[in-house]
Design a protein around this ligand. Structure first.
Ligand SMILES: Nc1nc2c(c(=O)[nH]1)N[C@H]1C(S)=C(S)[C@@H](COP(=O)(O)O)O[C@H]1N2
Ligand SMILES: [Mo]
Length: 324
């Protein structure tokens, strides 16, 4: 069934949603309300070019929109929802952690790039961001718990960070690690979890065009509860792969043991590719609930991003549990 969903600019003021409000604000930031009226389609929206390196602590938003990721095929999730319904176990094992997360100190934020690289790097998150090509993408996001959202993320492709890091030819994986500060994050005192939160990708996954480091959301710097100042977004994988508040990227020839793989090996694995036909041991993955309107929609293989990533797995041994 093909449903015509009206775009923000087709919606009358009285029925404007938070999503429409987002696009309106973006247009204003991009040069005035007149722009919105004059712009027939999002795809032709004028966005400011990425300027020369800036000197402030953060990099000005919004970033230019990547035309390959303009249309997610479903409505944006309201910013009020995406910023108040979160998974971030460092701040509690429930969804209402947004307030607690405000205790996280995000400036300064040192990022370490080490392991099998030509020369290890240590730099502030904002400096890192200024050195990489910034853009905005609207992405579908699917948690393993079968809820989903659609978010305008901004940041840079992980591939650009990999290029900056100059891994040596022996590197096979990127291991990523979250901060560990029990004084700011009460979850870190829950000793039964294998802190710090760790994730990993193969080099082919890390350098895929779809793999993104988000430093912003909804046209602004990303809020702490969503993983400030930098978090991974791998939209074809279950949400737990999208590690938040990263402090270290390590290039290695060993497959990293990830947080959820260690915490619950019978339910969570390294690959975690979205697949509606492979149920979680405790629930079906056939459908998902869209945050906001609570509509249930069919889940798609690779969360609908097979065009970008299906090729990565074509020649994998069948013993690999790609979908958990
Ligand atoms: N460091 C860290 N990263 C994390 C998590 C976490 O608990 N700690 N939760 C993951 C899970 S399970 C999901 S679904 C997403 C949630 O991202 P969101 O809160 O921005 O929606 O973050 C992922 N990244
Ligand atoms: Mo998740």
């Amino acid at each position: 069934m093909v449903v015509h969903r009206r775009r923000g600019w087709e919606i009358a003021e009285r029925e404007a949603t938070p999503e429409a409000a987002f696009w309106n604000r973006r247009a204003v930031m991009a040069g005035g309300a007149a722009l919105l009226a004059a712009t027939p389609a999002l795809a032709q929206r004028v966005v400011p070019p990425v300027g020369p390196a800036q000197t402030g602590p953060t990099v000005a938003h919004p970033f230019p929109l990547n035309q390959a990721f303009v249309d997610p095929g479903r409505p944006l999730t309201g910013e009020d929802i995406a910023t108040t319904y979160n998974n971030f176990y460092e701040f509690g094992s429930h969804k209402q952690i947004s307030r607690a997360a405000q205790r996280l100190t995000i400036q300064p934020w040192e990022v370490v790039i080490d392991g099998m690289v030509e020369a290890p790097l240590k730099l502030d998150a904002a400096d890192l961001e200024r050195r990489l090509p910034r853009e905005e993408r609207v992405l579908r996001f699917r948690c393993v718990e079968a809820w989903a959202m659609t978010v305008p993320f901004s940041g840079y492709p992980l591939a650009a960070l990999v290029a900056l890091a100059k891994p040596t030819s022996g590197a096979k994986y990127v291991r990523m690690e979250t901060f560990q500060r029990p004084s700011e994050a009460p979850g870190h005192r829950q000793f039964w979890y294998p802190w710090p939160y760790v994730e990993g990708l193969t080099m082919a996954e890390a350098t895929n065009e779809l793999t993104f480091i988000a430093t912003g959301a909804y046209g602004k710097p990303i809020p702490r509860q969503m993983g400030a100042p930098l978090r991974l977004v791998t939209p074809w994988k279950y949400g737990f792969k999208s590690i938040k508040s990263i402090v270290k990227f390590t290039f290695t020839d060993q497959r990293p043991k990830t947080f959820w793989e260690v915490a619950g090996p019978t339910e969570y694995g390294f690959w975690a590719n979205v697949n509606p036909q492979v149920p979680h041991p405790r629930w079906s993955q056939a459908t998902e609930r869209l945050l906001g309107n609570d509509e249930r929609v069919p889940t798609r293989l690779f969360n609908g991003y097979g065009e970008w990533v299906a090729g990565l797995y074509q020649d994998m041994p069948s013993a690999e549990r790609l979908f958990m």
